[in-house]
Design a protein around this ligand. Structure first.
Ligand code: NDP
Length: 328
């Protein structure tokens, strides 16, 4: 698929909304992009299509008034990129050399490729507890998710009890958000102190619909294939006591990990580990000719539509940068 004697104009690494949007724009600008879309490696989050592959219904992407299944949406993104002759490699990039141009990438299908410009769109992975029961209900779309903004409005949570797991700002934000739909909203936290900022803590602690369950971890997600999640088995870490709480959904807010391992520290990152952009309005990274788009460079918004917007910006930035360097 890749020709090692050819230097590509642009290689895009990653195939979520950011990567495919970058591909559509780069292809339509005649940059003939090569996309490394990833491939499942068993347990890895870096699957082709990214985080939306784990979402059942996407209701907040403009243009789909009736919502769209996450996997169908990503298939449509991919098809649109292919329509303009984007070339696709189904492999994970394992290593890159950004120390000299052209840049080199190595992938786990033993392919190597070189490019004048790179667009990194590898996303971020939500952190999970790692329980088998959590995984089962999550992949079935039956009440386990890491995004209340995406899934919180579904009928299965309306007027029902739900639990948010975590004690950071995301957990506070998601708990407050979920009070629009669910009642009560439990916040299950493993310590007796929240990590979240004082103002967000206060908002939660004052809200009569939210009940914090302190010093507790989830030991099992309860439910069945028909009803999905029906409860959580909790363990108090101080007393060791187990108890069950009835909920129709579990929302994880354990933070995210940006997928930057393959960069091996060659791009500057923020204190949270996200790729640092040199200008907040552009997609330039610390290495000239390397652009970063989507959740791998965004710890704030993390939405499909914002990732797609960044993908567009990355392709335009790359196109202009290539033209400035006489490569078009
Ligand atoms: P954080 O890393 O801040 O918090 C993660 C929480 O999950 C912590 O309370 C942690 O517990 C808990 N946790 C992690 N792993 C486990 C586990 N295995 N079992 C049980 N609990 C676990 O992530 P956030 O996503 O909340 O925030 C990320 C960044 O984004 C922060 O800087 C935050 O301030 C910012 N943010 C800001 C917002 C805003 O200002 N509106 C909104 C959302 C996020 P413990 O505390 O014990 O470590």
């Amino acid at each position: 698929m890749t020709d090692q004697n050819v230097v590509e104009k642009v290689i895009i690494i990653g195939s979520g909304p950011a990567g495919w949007t970058a591909a559509v724009y780069a292809a339509r600008a005649n940059l003939n992009p090569l996309v490394y879309e990833g491939q499942p490696t068993g347990g890895s989050e870096m699957i082709p299509g990214g985080q939306l592959m784990f979402t059942t219904e996407v209701e907040n992407y403009p243009g789909f008034p009736d919502g769209i299944d996450g996997q169908k949406m990503m298939a449509a993104f991919r098809k649109q990129a292919e329509r303009f002759d984007t070339r696709i490699v189904s492999a994970n990039v394992t290593r890159v050399d950004l120390s000299k141009r052209p840049f080199t990438v190595w992938a786990d299908d033993d392919s190597t490729a070189q490019a004048h410009a790179l667009i990194v769109a590898t996303g971020a992975s939500a952190n999970w507890l790692g329980l088998d029961s959590e995984h089962r209900f999550r992949v079935a779309g039956l009440g386990v998710t890491a995004c209340a903004t995406c899934d919180g409005a579904f009928p299965r949570y309306r007027g029902k009890p739900v639990a948010i797991i975590g004690g950071g700002d995301s957990a506070m934000e998601e708990a407050t958000y979920m009070t629009k739909f669910a009642n009560p909203v439990y916040v299950v936290h493993r310590r007796d102190q929240l990590r979240a900022s004082k103002i967000m803590q206060e908002r939660v602690l004052k809200n009569p619909k939210i009940k914090v369950i302190w010093d507790s971890v989830v030991s099992e997600v309860l439910g069945d294939n028909k009803n999905g999640v029906t409860g959580l088995r909790l363990k108090n870490v101080k007393s060791g006591q187990q108890s069950d709480v009835q909920v129709s959904g579990m929302f994880l807010a354990l933070g995210h990990t940006p997928n930057t391992g393959f960069l091996d520290g060659q791009l500057q990152t923020t204190d949270k580990g996200y790729i640092a952009l040199q200008d907040p309005y552009r997609t330039y990274t610390s290495v000239e000719g390397v652009f970063a788009v989507g959740d791998v460079a965004d710890s704030v918004y993390r939405q499909a539509v914002t990732a797609a917007g960044m993908g567009c910006k990355g392709a335009i930035d790359a196109e202009r940068w290539l033209a400035e360097h006489g490569i078009d």
